[in-house]
Structures are given as structure tokens and as C-alpha cells.
Design a protein around this ligand. Sequence first.
Ligand code: TXA
Ligand code: MG
Length: 335
Amino acid sequence: METKRLNLDEESLNLAADILKNGGIVAIPTETVYGLAACALDKEALSKVFAAKGRPQDNPLIVHIDSLEMLKKIAVNIPEKAFLCAEKFWPGPLTMVLESSGFVCSEVSAGLDTVAVRMPSDSVARAVIEKSGLPLAAPSANASGSPSPTSPFHVLDDLDGKIDAVIMGENCRVGVESTVISVTKDGARLLRPGAVTLEMLKEIFPDIAVDKAILSQPEKDEKVASPGMKYKHYAPKTALYLVNSSSKAFCEFVNKENEVAVCFKEEAKNIKGKTYVYGEEENEVAMAQSLFAVLRTLDKENIKKAYVHAPKKQGVGLAVYNRLIRACAFRVIDL
Ligand code: TXA
Ligand code: MG
């Protein structure tokens, strides 16, 4: 199939909405990463999303909405604190896993009795939801297992010829996928860290649980709260090693090993070999923005092995660390 490149003008966005209403699949920008959208009420369209990505059927999708009316159709027994979160963090990079009403197709939830819902803030994403009038299921628009796309060109690298269209929007502002929490009457659990940070969530849920799969590898056959956690993720072909250390120790280590380094801006000048910069040491937001693009570049340049300087596990740094530890296949070096 030919993948249409759509611009940001009104006519193009109307066309994107029409394709979605007619059961097609369209990659759209959001503030986090590009999503591969399909009507959440259309079983066939959903199966095209799983096929295009090569995504395992048991990994559920996030439904993107633009109103609380839509939320109330999709989920039931919504706890009061979920509405508080919606008030505080929506539209924005927070996904809530709630009890499903059964309104969206069971394929969206991959057979679970819960559904993940998010209201994006990106104006293009919102325009497409509004114009289509549909709840849109949208996983990240990458081939399953590769780093999420933060530009339309990343989408085309993975999915050109496999999807109906891609909206050629800007690079994503956040750069890592949304924070995912499950919310029940008993409280909340962090399933995937993102730009809505643990510290921010604690203001609403002082006792929020943090799933251990965020920073460690699930055991084989272990049942995980979020199916996405058990899959290989964000993995470039490059053999990556995550290094927890001070800047000085990191530079000494990579210089001694004489290997490629994925590091912060300030330390690149102290490293003898090839470096790939992802953000600045004290700026986790900038790290999140460039992380996935750097992982893709490593592959394009055919880098075989590299050491990555780990961020601190605080604020958005926790999200960056969570993606990196998977990209590194849980190979961690503590210096
Ligand atoms: O920022 C984002 O969330 C992006 C953009 C496009 O919105 N989407 C995204 O989707 O990252 P995806 O499919 O790549 O990741 C969805 C994650 C997966 O880890 C999945 O297992 C989890 O959300 N998830 C979805 N529904 C769930 C459910 N009912 N219970 C637990 N986890 C769920
Ligand atoms: Mg994904």
C-alpha cells in the first residue's frame, strides 16, 4: 500500500479523520511520541494496527479521547481520584488504566477487563480526534520492539507502505511515552514512568505503588500488571550497557575501554572515542526529548557496542532510566 504523507492544513487533517472513520490506520503526532491511530470501535481497523507493528495480540492499546464525556462511555466505576488526575494532568502525558465499560472493542484491552485512556494535549492529535468524533486506539507508531518514533521520519523508517497515512508534524515535545498508572478505589500503581512524574502523582496519591517491573526484568512467565513490560523494548541492534556513575568515573571508564559513549553534553569533550550526546546532565527533560532519536542513530550508523551514562532516577529521569534499562537489555554496570 502507498502511505500518504499528510500536512498540517485543515484539508489534510479532515482527510486523516476520514481515513480513520473508514477503518484505515494513520500515524499522528502527540506530545509524547507518534501514535498509530485506529478507531477503537472497529475490530478490523485494530487488527491492521497489530499487523502493521508486528505487535503481540496480548499487549493492550491506549485509547485517546478529547472529552470527559468520552471517558465516561469507555470506563465505569471511575474513582473520584481519577477525575482529580484528569483535572490536574489532562490534556497531557498521563494514561489511566480503569475498569472497562465494554464500549471499545475487546481487542483494545487484549482480553483484560480494564482499559487504558489518555487525553493528549498536542493540538494535531486533538484535532484528529475531534474531527473523527472517535475514541482512537493508538500504540506508539514504531515496529514492535524498536524505539518509539519522535518524528514522522522515524515512523516512515519503520512503517512506510504498511499504514494508510502519516501526518508530517513536528518532533515530539516530551519524547518518551506517557506515564501509565492504574487507578482503583484502593489507590494507584505506577506501571510506566513518564513526564507526569512520580513526585507529581504523589500529590494526589501519597501512597502510590511503584511496580517493580519498572526498574527490573520480569521473571520468565511472571504475570505483569502491564503486558507491555514483559516485551523487549526500545532495543537498538547496538549492544548497550547502562553505566551508573559520576561523570568523572564514566569518562575514565569509556576512555579505558576505548568504546563508543552515549553521554551528556558536558562530558563529550572529556571522551576520546566517538560520542552520542543525549541531553545535559542536570536536564532530564532534554534527555527524554533526544533519547529515542539517538538510539535510532546508533543503529543507522551500525554501532556494535556502546556505554550509556545513566540519568538519576528522579523526575523525568525515572522514565529515561526505565527506557534505557530495556534498551540495554538489563545490562547494568555500577562504578
Ligand atoms: O504516550 C503514549 O502513551 C503513546 C502515545 C501514542 O499516546 N502510546 C503508547 O502506546 O506508548 P503503547 O501501546 O506503545 O504503550 C501502551 C502501554 C503498554 O505498555 C501496554 O501494555 C499498557 O500501556 N497498557 C495498555 N492497556 C493496558 C491495560 N488495560 N492494563 C495495563 N496496561 C495497559
Ligand atoms: Mg510502544
